[in-house]
Design a binder for this molecule. Structure first.
Ligand code: CAA
Length: 397
């Protein structure tokens, strides 16, 4: 009897025809264009510019941005479904996609001026250019409000002079534009942070070395240095002093994307584990007939489906917030927390089920395991997600 992978059509939540279409398009693209090259890009650590450009042509780099601004004009459910499929083939590609869509494009669409949208949103949402988001600094990660970089208004009021070091910037080594969060009034603490649109081809902008990483090796990450970088006042994104609120609100959207990529890699590892548990024999029977393997399969599947519901729930909350203006912070944090811990649980169990083959670079299991780890760290660690959820539930600040 031929053994085939379990069919992953998802839970019984009805998707519209449009959603099924984008899911299928992303799945076909990911299988054909990304999965075959993922191992070699993981090995070399090279940035997969060619496939990222193709993803732009498919509309995957600005899914929720209206067509008039270069995007695909779809909704958050479409974004989530596409992200799951891309991550299933390769988490690195999905990381680049996630930052471009939900941190960079989303921020400019939400608070940018018309001029800013024309210059900084259209080329990035259409995938011609790459966008990055820069909040973290060497001494300011989870405690994002304590940054040391500074932007000082020039005497003639025409531009800000920016100095400082930012770190862990996804796509930092290749980005054409960066949304930078920096301090314009340190005395005001988080209320003194402002967001700026940065052109990376201007003097005073310097890229640091590419970080050598455990996983998502094809998604380039680096420090960025600002040395007397002159930023025109027109490039303030949103209001002066509102940068921290923008950064946090945008991270709510970003966290839904990270949750989706975590689910994608968990699904990939799970499907491989089920196949292997059916095929591999030990002690005269398929290893899937042993209860210790069955327990792992049951827990993997249950956590995967629970993640999917939390992600869909967060996507629906974000879509509703478009009209109500309300926040979906808790929903986004719950989805990210649970899905990222599920990705670690599932990839760990999948490696274990594969035994030595799970540890071998002949199969993608070890890559899934290495790639999954970052989802518990970036865009807010699991500890920060728990803090956010608990504070909101308890009404604390
Ligand atoms: N939406 C809108 N506003 C928000 C908000 C949200 N989700 N969360 C907080 N705010 C606002 C608050 O209302 C408050 O505003 P006012 O002062 O005007 O009332 C202000 O922000 C400060 O809020 P807090 O007092 O809660 O701030 P805090 O200093 O205690 O920090 C935190 C809260 C949750 C710990 C926050 O700092 C945080 O999320 N830290 C993690 C940062 C993070 O995720 N970093 C990842 C960077 S991106 C990345 O990973 C790299 C990449 O390229 C992918």
């Amino acid at each position: 009897m031929a053994i085939s992978a379990p069919d992953y059509s998802g839970p019984s939540l009805d998707l519209s025809e449009e959603h099924e279409f984008i899911q299928r398009a992303a799945r076909d693209f990911a299988r054909k264009e990304i999965a075959p090259i993922a191992p070699e890009f993981d090995e070399s650590g090279e940035f997969p510019m060619e496939t990222i450009k193709k993803m732009g042509e498919m509309g995957f780099m600005g899914i929720e941005i209206p067509e008039e601004y270069g995007g695909a004009g779809l909704d958050t459910m479409a974004y989530v479904l596409a992200m799951i499929e891309i991550a299933k083939a390769d988490v690195s590609h999905s990381t680049i996609m996630s930052v471009n869509n939900s941190l960079y494009c989303h921020a400019i669409y939400k608070v940018g001026t018309e001029e800013q949208k024309q210059k900084y949103l259209i080329p990035v949402a259409s995938g011609e250019k790459v966008g990055a988001y820069s909040l973290t600094e060497p001494m300011s990660g989870s405690d994002a409000g304590t940054m040391k970089s500074r932007a000082v208004l020039s005497d003639d009021g025409a531009h800000y002079v920016i100095n400082g070091t930012k770190s862990w910037v996804t796509s930092g080594p290749v980005a054409d534009f960066v949304i930078l969060f920096t301090m314009t009034d340190p005395e005001q603490k988080h209320k003194g942070i402002t967001a700026f649109l940065i052109d990376t081809d201007k003097p005073g902008f310097i890229r640091g070395k590419k970080e050598p990483k455990l996983g998502i090796r094809a998604s380039a990450t680096s420090e960025l240095y600002f040395e007397n970088y002159k930023c025109p006042v027109e490039n303030v994104l949103g209001e002066v002093g509102k940068g921290f609120t923008i950064a946090m609100a945008v991270l709510d959207a970003g966290r839904i994307g990270i949750a989706s990529q975590a689910l994608g890699v968990a699904e990939a590892a799970y499907e491989a584990a089920v196949m292997y548990a059916r095929e591999r024999h030990a002690f005269g029977q398929p290893i899937g007939s042993f209860q210790m393997i069955q327990q792992k399969i049951a827990d993997m599947k249950t956590r995967i489906e629970a993640s999917r519901f939390l992600i869909y729930n967060a996507a629906l909350a974000k879509m509703k917030s478009k009209d109500s203006g309300g926040r979906y912070t808790t929903e986004a944090s719950m989805a990210k927390l649970f899905a990222s811990e599920t990705a670690m649980f599932v990839t760990h169990a999948a490696v274990q089920i594969h035994g030595g083959m799970g540890y071998s670079k002949e199969l993608p299991l070890e890559r899934y395991f290495r790639d999954a780890k970052i989802t518990e760290i970036y865009e807010g660690t699991s500890e920060i997600q728990r803090l956010v959820i608990a504070r909101n539930e308890l009404g604390l600040r």
